[in-house]
Design a protein around this ligand. Sequence first.
Ligand code: DCS
Length: 526
Amino acid sequence: MRKSAADRFRLLFNNALVRYRHQHHPPSSSSFSRFLSSTSMASDSVFPVTAGNINPKIVECEYAVRGEVVTLAQNLQKELQTNPGSHPFDEILYCNIGNPQSLGQQPITFFREVLALSDYPALLDKSETQGLFSSDSIERAWQILDQIPGRATGAYSHSQGITGLRETIAAGIQERDGFPCDPSDIFLTDGASPAVHLMMQLLIRSEQDGILCPIPQYPLYSASITLHGGSLVPYYLDEATGWGLEISELKKQLEDAKSKGISVRALVVINPGNPTGQVLSEENQRAIVEFCKKEGLVLLADEVYQQNIYVPDKQFHSFKKVSRSMGYGDKDITLVSFQSISKGYHGECGKRGGYMEVTGFSADVREQIYKVASVNLCSNISGQILASLIMSPPKVGDESYESFMAEKENILSSLARRAKILEDGFNKLEGVTCNKAEGAMYLFPQIRLPQKAIKAAEAANTAPDAFYCKRLLNATGVVVVPGSGFGQVPGTWHFRCTILPQEEKIPAIVSRFTEFHEKFMNEFRD
Ligand code: DCS
C-alpha cells in the first residue's frame, strides 16, 4: 500500500538511525544530529538528489540476506584485522548467504575446464592442453565454440542467449522431465534474480496487482514486488507440517486479496524452499498446478535448488514435468521456471548465470518479454556457458564422468551431513525447534524468546529476532539472518542459518551457538 510522506520520512529516519548505529560507538545525541545533517536526509543537503526525493520504492525495498547484521559483521571483521583479540572470537563465520565458494567450496573441475578453454580458445591449439585437460572438456569446448557465431565469446549474443547453448539446455530439461522443451522458451539471464525482476516488471501494473508469495520467502520476491510497485499477497507455509504448502491457505489468501480489490496475477512457489528447506510432493504440486489453472494465475516456479536434495524419501519434480504429466500444455497453464548456476552442487554464484523457461504465454506477450530482454542486450557469456554445462554434465563413458560424479557426490553428501549436525544442534537448544533441511541450503529454526528478551529488544528499537542475532554475532562471530527478513507468522521468531561453512567448522558453530544460547536464556529468563 502507498506510504504517506510521514511514513516515508519515518522510514528514512529509521534507516539513517541504523546507519548511524553502525558507524558510531558509543552513540550520543550530539553525534547523531551531526550525522543526520551530514546525510542526504537533510532538506538543506548540498546534493540535488536526497533520500527524500529519490524513488520511494527504492527506499522501501529491503534485502535482509545482506542487511544490518551482515554490515555489523563486516565491521567486526575489520576490527579483528586491525586489533586482533578485540573480540571473544578470532574469525567471523558467515552463515547468512548461500554463497558456497566464498566459504571454500571448490568449483567443479569439468565446468571450469570447459569454461577456460572456451574463453581462451588459443589453449585448444597448444599441445600441452591434451595432457592438462580431459578429452571431454576439450571436445565440449570445441562444440561450444562452434555454437558461438564467429567463436566470439566477447561479442553480444542473441538477447535470449546463444542458440546452441539454449538447445543444449532444452535437451537437458527434456532428459530431466521426459517431456519436450523448446529452445525458444529459454531466456538465459545473469542468475535467476534478473529473470524474477523481469517477470515482476511484466506482470505488475500498479499496486492493485498482487503476487501470491510464500511466507517465509526469499526476500528477492518481496524486494522485487516492492520495486516494481505491486502488492505482495502472503500465503503462510505451515511450520508444524514441515513448512507444508496448503491449498486451503492459497484459496483463503486469494479471496482475501480479491476482497481488497487486488487482482492477483501470479503465484510464487520456491521448491526446494528458501529459507524453509522443504521439498514439495508431486501430489501437492499437482494441486498447485490445478489451483493456478483454475484461478488463471501465472505459476512462477523457483527451482534453483533442484539439485540440492538431502533426504532419500524426497525427489525434485519440476512444475513443467508435473503439469505436462497432468496432460496440461501451453494453452492450459502459464508457467515460468527459474534455474541458476549459483546453487546446486556447483555454487557458481559469482559467474552470474541462469535461465527462465517460459511457457504458456501468447505470441504477442512473448514478443514483449523478448523486447525487454533485448533492452539488456544479453546475459554474460561465461554464465551462459555454465548454464548449458549444469544442464548437460558429463555422461557415463566420458573421461571426466567418474571424477565429476565424485566431486558432485562429495559436495552433496557433505552438505547433507552438515545440515543434519546443525539441525540436531539447534533442536537441543532450549525453546528452539528446527525442521529438517530436506533440500536447498538453509535451516530456519524457531526460537521462543523470553518476554524479558522481547522487552529488551523493544527498548533497543530492534525486532526480537534481530536482537538475538546481533547478540549471537557479538558473542560468537556467527552471522545468521533474522527471520523477520523473510517474513514469519506474527509473534513467532526465527533465524536462517546456511549449511555451507566447511564441514570441519560445523561442530565449532554448534558449540559456540549452544554456549551463547544458554547464556542468553539465563540472562533473559522470565
Ligand atoms: N531464488 C532463490 C530461491 C534463491 O535462493 C536465490 C539466491 C535466487 C533465486 C537468486 O540467485 P541468483 O541470482 O544468484 O541466481 N539465494 C540467495 C540466498 O538466500 N542466499 O544467497 C543468495
